[in-house]
Write a protein that binds this ligand. Sequence first.
Ligand code: NAP
Length: 470
Amino acid sequence: MTRAYIPQAAYLIASLLFIFGLKRLSSPRTARSGNLVAAVGMALALGGTFLLPHISHFGWILLAIAIGAVPGWLLAKRVKMTAMPQMVSLFNGMGGACALFISLGEWFKMPVITLRGLHLIVTRSFGECFPMLLGVVFGSVSFTGSLVAFGKLQGLITEKPVRWPLQKANNALLFAALIAAAGAATHRQDQSFWIIALAVAALTLGVLQVLPIGGADMPVVISVLNSCTGLAAAVTGFAMHNMSMIIAGTLVGAAGSLLTVLMCKAMNRSLAKVVFGSFGLAPAAGAAAAKSDQIMREIAAAECAVMMGYARKVIIIPGYGLAVGQGQHLVHELEELLEKRGVEVKYAIHPVAGRMPGHMNVLLAEADVPYPKLLDMEEVNPEFDQADVALIVGANDVVNPAARTEPDSPIYGMPILNADKAKNVIVIKRGRGAGFAGIENSLFYNLKTRMLFGDAKKALQQLVTEIKAL
Ligand code: NAP
């Protein structure tokens, strides 16, 4: 095999490893090794690139790898589970930026002919330019859109939808300008100006498109932007004639699109409603009406322990608050103590519980909760009416019956966990604060519900102590 074929062979093996790794990511049991397999694939693709005949400047490439890898490694090592969605968003934005800069780099490699002292730029055909133009557009939108999503999730900018007059008309105008700049970039002499104008328009569009979307919808937005980055990488791969990039980009794009569809389904919201709607803008009148005339009934940990310790079946519903309170190890300990007493314990996992897809699965896996104990919403919902206790730990929107009963509610139609069907409901949360959608939860005022106020970790610790004392 000549040296020229080695990179292609490396790309082929890398692509197979990406596909194999992605397959393994579909189950928490195999996800770690899947990640490792895909990382090996990426290392192989990088190694292959070094062997490409026209590649030189190895020092610069190594420097670029170090600039990306060192902060990436440190950030990934230090990130808290609760900050994972914004981390994903940041990394996704970097992918978009890469596609943008690679496409621009390819563009500026355009040959220049000097004729009798005049510099003439050879204009390229639209077909030749198309992948680069798409790389610039998708890469830019994904870059700035992801940065705005990161800012919202990190609390650097308001989580609330930011709106201004004639917003949709502005965005439509910007989109038209973007098409015009793309056209001009392929047909005019001043191509460099127009490609920069295109990048500026697309970067602005990324910001303006994500700013009006509320914090609760950010994980869906990240999935959309993720598929955007994948697409950007794939078209950039076409521009560079790099097979590995085309395949990896297509995989990312397809995975992001499928995830978007699944999440929209889980929230019963169309993608158009997420991107152009106003979820989280202001609680709808019916849903927001504070139940000032109703009361939440408090309960002490000792009483909860009796209820659960002598139950036949307990279903635990983890939510975002469990991740914030880092109570995953204690919830597992509680589950083991109850099981020792002969209580059947299961976990009910809502697909959008927490702040990213699979958030609860990852959190509980970290605490070594056996995977078969985690039941999906469809699986667990029919079991609630046989449960003596539904223990809700830091969850809110995903158990809010308004999704079933209040057509005015912003979460109306979202499939929820039927905790209200259990014989008794215990809710652990710190206070009377609303969930991510910012709306009241009538379940907390239900006659069969008891509130164990406190931080998830502290409250679970008390429960563990009390159960041990039974
Ligand atoms: P949630 O509705 O945001 O509610 C979390 C609850 O946890 C809050 O009511 C809060 O009440 C409590 N809490 C916070 N910190 C706590 C702590 N340290 N200890 C105890 N309790 C604590 O969460 P969720 O039920 O998991 O629902 C997820 C939300 O995110 C949904 O609206 C969903 O649509 C949205 N979302 C998720 C995804 C995804 O991919 N997962 C995607 C899109 C949207 P206190 O402040 O009173 O403690």
